[in-house]
Design a binder for this molecule. Structure first.
Ligand code: NAD
Length: 360
């Protein structure tokens, strides 16, 4: 029995999570997948009830679960709040409470949606890459940091890029393990020619590679990687990189596919626990109107099945069901293009569930 904490959050979060839960429940009733769902509050929804975006009860629920399914947080209603209790603050808190250090962001171009990319079809068709971003270290967390006055009275801002060998090694190992489930190529991205912290990164990546003779390792400087992602993105299979480089490159890679409503993510800890969420936010502009695309959240469930529930065959089934509904021409408004009738959030979710039933 797998315990799954479900945190719908704000805006379109509850709408898209409902469809992802319907997929999980279908696998439970039709195929006997052993799951137990428990709901918790996060973000603005939690603030409204408890006066804080990440209540202790939610942390405990998430820590006790095998996997966490998160919708999205935030919205204009909570923007005037002090930063410490803003909904988005809950995300950092949850990641560190769960010690999820490896953030997986696939960028996969559905052939049916090739026209959604701003890049030419011959450049992006067949795109299928995975970015593994270090999530809990590096310059976003390094000490010392701050803004101080210099001797001359001028202010200066400073941050610290620091990586321990063990921090590098665990995320690089994760990338190699994932490459074994894919095309067995890892590209480690750094700025080793300028930054000592990433010189060490490169050295550790090279050392780890010796344990994976069946996986090919290459290295690339981050500035080149940013160019290669738009020049010839199909050259990549798995990319592993630091927190800040991964933050930037994963958004760039996401946009190669052109559709934010299609992209899932997973954040994994040392073991099999993971936090699964779509990469999009709470989309207040379309919330509550049944317009949101639930596929990113449904595909996050597929990642949960693969990485936390050790059920890769069900992950593939869910991904195939998504392919099948796209083949049928079903489109939510965000991926519809200029013409055609848009399906609602519910219709899209139910179509995926129907495909899962048919393939049974
Ligand atoms: P967003 O991702 O919410 O929306 C950007 C645009 O994409 C909007 O036009 C939205 O309508 C559209 N969009 C997003 N998801 C969609 C989906 N599933 N289907 C169809 N269209 C979709 O980003 P934003 O507008 O910058 O932020 C809105 C709020 O979400 C803010 O409060 C922000 O802080 C928060 N946010 C939360 C997360 C998170 O919870 N992980 C991530 C990013 C932003």
């Amino acid at each position: 029995m797998h315990k799954i904490a479900v945190l719908p959050g704000d805006g379109i979060g509850p709408e898209v999570v409902a469809e992802a839960v319907a997929v999980l429940e279908c696998l439970q009733t039709e195929y006997g997948l052993g799951i137990e769902l428990e709901y918790g509050l996060i973000g603005g929804a939690a603030y409204d009830v408890h006066g804080q975006p990440l209540p202790e009860a939610t942390v405990e629920l998430a820590q006790a679960a095998d996997a966490v399914l998160l919708g999205a947080v935030g919205g204009p209603k909570w923007e005037p709040l002090p930063i410490a209790v803003r909904p988005e603050k809950a995300l950092l808190g949850l990641r560190s409470a769960l010690k999820v250090f490896a953030n997986l962001r696939p960028a996969y171009l559905y052939p049916q949606l090739a026209q959604a990319s701003t890049l030419r079809a011959d450049v992006v068709s067949g795109l299928d890459l995975m970015i593994v971003r270090e999530l809990t270290g590096g310059i976003y967390f390094g000490q010392p940091r701050g803004i101080r006055k210099t001797a001359s009275g001028e202010r200066e801002g400073f941050n610290t890029l620091v990586y321990a060998e063990s921090e590098i090694e665990r995320v690089v190992r994760r990338a190699f393990d994932i490459a074994r489930l894919r095309a067995r190529r890892v590209c480690s991205i750094d700025k080793a020619n300028v930054l000592e912290a990433t010189e060490l990164w490169r050295e550790v990546a090279t050392r780890v590679a010796a344990d994976y003779p069946d996986v090919q390792l290459s290295h690339m400087y981050v500035d080149n990687a940013a160019m290669q992602l738009v020049r010839a993105p199909r050259q990549f299979d798995v990319i592993v990189t630091t927190n800040m480089f991964g933050d930037i490159l994963s958004d760039e890679a996401a946009m190669l596919t052109g559709s934010i409503g299609m992209l899932p993510s997973a954040s994994l800890n040392e073991g099999t626990k993971g936090l699964y969420e779509p990469i999009h936010g709470s989309a207040p502009d379309i919330a509550g109107r049944g317009l949101a695309n639930p596929l990113a959240t449904i595909l996050s469930v597929a990642m949960m099945l693969r990485y936390s529930l050790q059920a890769p065959e069900w992950a593939t089934r869910v991904e195939q069901a998504v392919h099948a509904v796209l083949d049928d021409g079903l489109r939510t408004a965000d991926i519809r293009g200029a013409d055609g009738v848009a399906a609602s959030t519910r219709e899209m979710g139910q179509a995926v569930v129907a495909k899962l039933r048919i393939t049974h």
